[in-house]
Design a protein around this ligand. Structure first.
Ligand code: 8X3
Length: 251
């Protein structure tokens, strides 16, 4: 039987790359997005590649909509093998004392509360089946704060702790839990962070070869495909000329 992966935030970046890499591995794909046009075009694109795709339109920040969407998954798609909690974002790079309340709330609602909602909805089935895997997309930003990172870094530190807690709680079961912590990945991450200031976003990746979404998706697939007794608990993935969340050597 083909395995099923559910990926949140699938319409761009690491999420989209995960859909492609898991699809290539033969997984059936439950893809999620909050923009109907983007989700439709992603679904069509993935189906054109020959993948089996179930699109689910919801915003992980909306707990009722998320619950309704997950509960609407038809029986033949319901036995999810891998949950990739990818939906997440950074907003702003202001000093904490000048931060924007709305940006803070959106990051906390998406990166922490959305991830928790998905976990709460999907993991009980995995426990019942005594089988499954949760891959949370954390960040190097969760290891230590960097200038202007404040609340974003805190949400990714929360992802680390929440992932560790889940792994502990699932230790009696065969469900595995992984935290993948990327560094600089060139996606629309910085365009979103800088509210559409593309020039500023491009500068983030100037003078360094950044990671791609596909690089991170490869790690996710590796963790999912590891033998059943192997739990890849945590992986920090940096660009070669990145030393930490705040050290980047540009050439
Ligand atoms: C994304 C990596 O270093 O821009 O989480 O915070 S970083």
């Amino acid at each position: 039987m083909k395995k099923i992966v559910l990926i949140t935030g699938t319409t761009s970046g690491i999420g989209r790359a995960c859909a492609e890499k898991f699809g290539e591995k033969g997984y059936r794909l439950i893809v999620n997005g909050r923009n109907p046009e983007k989700l439709d075009s992603l679904t069509e694109e993935l189906r054109n590649k020959g993948f089996e795709v179930l699109p689910l339109l919801f915003n992980v920040c909306d707990r009722d909509a998320t619950t309704a969407a997950v509960n609407s998954i038809p029986a033949e798609w319901a036995e999810i093998d891998v949950l990739v909690n990818n939906a997440g974002l950074a907003l702003g790079l202001e000093p904490e004392y000048e931060g924007d309340y709305q940006d803070w709330d959106t990051m906390i609602d998406t990166n922490i509360k959305g991830l928790l909602t998905m976990t709460r909805l999907v993991v009980p089935g995995m426990v019942t089946r005594d089988k499954g895997m949760v891959i949370n997309i954390g960040s190097v930003a969760g290891d230590a704060a960097y200038a202007g990172g404040n609340v974003y870094c805190a949400t990714k530190a929360a992802v680390k702790t929440i992932t560790d807690g889940l792994r502990i709680d699932l230790a009696p079961t065969r469900v595995r839990v992984t935290n993948i912590k990327p560094g600089l990945v060139e996606t629309n991450f910085s365009n979103v962070r800088f509210h559409g200031d593309n020039e500023r976003a491009d500068n983030v990746y100037k003078g360094i070869k950044p990671l791609t979404g596909a690089d991170i998706a490869d790690v996710a697939v590796f963790a999912a495909e590891a033998p059943e007794h192997v739990q890849i608990a945590e992986v920090l993935v940096l660009a070669t000329h990145q030393g930490s969340g705040s050290v980047v050597v540009r050439k």
